[in-house]
Write a protein that binds this ligand. Structure first.
Ligand SMILES: *Cc1c(COP(=O)(O)O)cnc(C)c1O
Ligand SMILES: [Zn+2]
Length: 418
């Protein structure tokens, strides 16, 4: 923590000492989301790109000077981050772009970008001396917290609240990782309120991303990594799907930090993508009006957040980057699951590919130009939600073991020529 200056309220500017149990501003309450501030000058004195390139830690911990943890605190015994990126010519061509980089964050240990935040959460829980960490989540924050808690050497417990619509794959993960799972038979909003009350009542460590200022610092490692992978040469646009808004806010924070310490020259424009059936942040972005709570009507469960608690940070991030926001339909998302899989070999869950579906739309609307350089992050793995994956794909061939019938069908389908 030697580079952390303090926590600053994004609402009133008041600053606080960065202790693990500090979540919100005393004066502003729920509106007083805090942001970690760093001693950039000091980081610049002690750290540079060359030192980083000589560091052989291949996980988020290689960015230690920009992380709000004590270096020596015990960490989950998992490889968090260090996810691959691909220059996909085929997908670029399909979308009408010259250059497209796809970073597959579905390859994190529990299958989503959320591992980056959960790893920080369990380290902070450890620093706080907490034995139990808890959160409410549509699925991925939960499964990643459960997985990261399980990977701690010392005893720790995860108590997880999920809404009834959480996909079976994610719930299975929770149970396999040994969490106590509470399935709230209600919306995500109600799930969040119940978890909030329970966390306060029993004093557990709170991994609710919207209010815990340290989690965004974990999420930002996705772009610290991306920037390093791109050799600090920033694309014109970086694309993320948006639910609660913490991921895109984290992306901005990551680029901002890198700009402050001179690793990059400019912050790319951020394209935030929501699902049509649940797009309160896009609406507020477009109208300039206060956020209105909406229904949660989309198959992209990880971004179905009708009452996003972190929307202000997300709006600020997109605006400051001079970026834009766009919505996609469930149909667009399903199409992209198949499209991505069949052109790149990457399998994304609905919210995981929503960003890319939004990119396709943004190119067709001229928001993003053909010769813009673009990077898109796939945020979650497709194996988490196979029901929707099957909706996205065509039928397979069902047949008895009969080569003549097979030949007939192949011929009809055009699989073979004769
Ligand atoms: C959580 C999540 C998002 C969106 O992140 P927010 O911080 O809620 O905006 C996108 N995709 C996946 C797969 C996620 O799990
Ligand atoms: Zn405040």
């Amino acid at each position: 923590m030697k580079y952390v200056k303090n926590l600053k309220c994004t609402n009133c500017g008041q600053t606080y000492e960065a202790i693990p149990e500090r979540y919100l501003c005393d004066t502003c309450g729920e509106k007083g989301i805090l942001e970690v501030q760093y001693k950039y000058e000091k980081i610049k004195e002690d750290w540079n790109k060359e030192k980083l390139s000589q560091n052989n830690e291949s996980s988020i911990w290689r960015y230690m000077p920009l992380l709000p943890i004590i270096e020596t605190t015990q960490k989950p015994n998992l490889r968090i981050g260090h996810t691959p990126f691909y220059n996909s010519k085929k997908m670029a061509k399909k979308l009408g772009l010259k250059n497209l980089v796809i970073k597959d964050d579905g390859l994190n240990p529990t299958g989503s970008l959320k591992d980056r935040a959960s790893a920080i959460a369990v380290v902070k829980a450890k620093e706080a001396g907490a034995k139990t960490a808890s959160c409410s989540s549509t699925g991925n924050a939960a499964s990643s917290l459960a997985g990261n808690v399980a990977a701690m050497e010392s005893e720790m417990k995860a108590i997880i609240f999920v809404p009834k619509r959480a996909p079976a794959g994610k719930v299975a993960q929770l149970l396999v990782y040994g969490a106590e799972v509470v399935s709230v038979q209600d919306s995500y909003e109600e799930t969040y309120y119940l978890s909030d009350r329970a966390i306060k009542k029993w004093g557990w460590y709170n991994r609710n991303a919207a209010i815990n200022p340290y989690l965004v610092e974990g999420k930002k490692t996705a772009v610290l990594e991306l920037a390093e992978q791109l050799n600090w040469d920033m694309p014109d646009w970086v694309v993320f799907s948006v639910g609660d808004g913490c991921t895109i806010a984290g992306a901005y924070k990551g680029f901002y930090d890198l700009e402050q310490i001179g690793f990059i020259k400019n912050i790319p424009k951020l394209l935030g993508v929501q699902a049509e059936g649940c797009a309160p942040i896009t609406k507020s972005f477009k109208t300039g009006k206060k956020l209105e709570v909406t229904e949660e009507n989309t198959i992209a469960d990880s971004i179905a957040v009708g009452s996003p608690s972190n929307y202000k940070k997300a709006l600020t991030a997109v605006k400051k980057s001079r970026g834009d926001m766009i919505n996609v339909s469930d149909q667009d998302i399903l199409k992209m699951i198949k499209n991505l899989g069949s052109t790149t070999g990457i399998f994304g869950e609905p919210a995981g590919v929503a960003g890319l579906a939004g990119l396709e739309k943004a190119v067709s609307l001229g928001i993003i130009k053909a010769d813009d350089n673009v990077a898109a992050v796939i945020t979650g793995n497709g194996l988490k939600d196979i029901d929707n994956a099957r909706k996205a794909t065509g039928d397979l061939i069902k047949i008895e073991s009969d080569i003549n019938k097979l030949e007939e069908i192949f011929y009809k389908k055009g699989v073979i020529d004769t």
